[in-house]
Write a protein that binds this ligand. Sequence first.
Ligand code: AQP
Length: 334
Amino acid sequence: MSDKKTLFSAVQPSGIPTIGNYVGAINNFVKLQDEYNCIYSIADLHCLTVRQDPASLRKATQELLALYIACGVDPEKCIMFVQSHVPQHAELTWILNTMTYPGELNRMTQFKDKSRSHADNVNMGLMDYPVLMASDILLYNTAVVPVGADQKQHIELTRDLAIRFNGRYSDTFVVPEPIFPKHGAKIMSLADPTKKMSKSDENVNAFVSMYDDTDTVIRKFKRAVTDSDTKIYFDPENKPGISNLLTIYSVFSGVSVEDAVKEFEGKGYGDFKIKVGEAVAEGLKPISEKRNSLLKDKAYLDSIMLKGAESAYKIARKTLSKVYRKVGLYSPER
Ligand code: AQP
């Protein structure tokens, strides 16, 4: 690894990623890969905090790796690995659990939201999700973490835990900073623009998945909930639906939100929604084609995963040994 700072981020293979995951995270993974030593994980252990179909989880794990590469993450420049392939993530979680207080976890917005949407399965893992995430980040001496705005609270806890550990046992962890995308840090649901777009939303019209075909994408945008006004301008508070569509259009077409507002001045909502759908469909098409071709070469994907796990393991093992030594766990001489 070079002298560049380390960047770490992850996405859960908890379903088909949405354009929210793309705009909030994966698109930034690609943009930042030359500036940092990048480590991108597929957070399969995190997925288990809600019930998963085992076969679908295995499939989604492979597909997510193919998607990272199809979006432009370069396996020659970045480490890409599956979280469960590096045991130190779970091990560091245990240590950090012993210095995390229940009050810090049960006030987390994501825990409260997911406890409501998965009321029949509010398990310890769901509550402990942020500590596993802190371990993911802290194992790699991570300086920066590109994430969507929904992860802000979790990064704050990560920083608190790093500072707490360093204070108690001397400097060990780098205290990481989040990086949020300039636009689209929180892409909203197409069915309810006051809610975050999520891949596990029960309403399939609420999200656009990265694998949706052109017709589906355009149909979903045509149905997007907006407001009863007729003017197109950016005002997330009073016009969340239209502002969300402007943000999405800006990211996929490459024009600024201001220019997009000018472009659609005097146009009706109907035309605008179709144009947004077309821009997104056009952006997704080459990604889909690349992903489909990568998925035909399982041996190649497995080789990237194995190589990534080996590289990640080397760094994680070093950090964990340091942590074990600092907290007083005895290690016999060989
Ligand atoms: N709507 C969004 N807008 C911007 N960024 C988003 N992210 C997620 N949704 C949006 C960012 O994507 C990264 C990976 O997220 P994740 O899959 O690890 O978990 P999540 O945040 O819980 O995403 P979902 O889609 O809502 O998944 P489910 O439905 O499984 O819980 C993160 O950086 C996140 O900020």
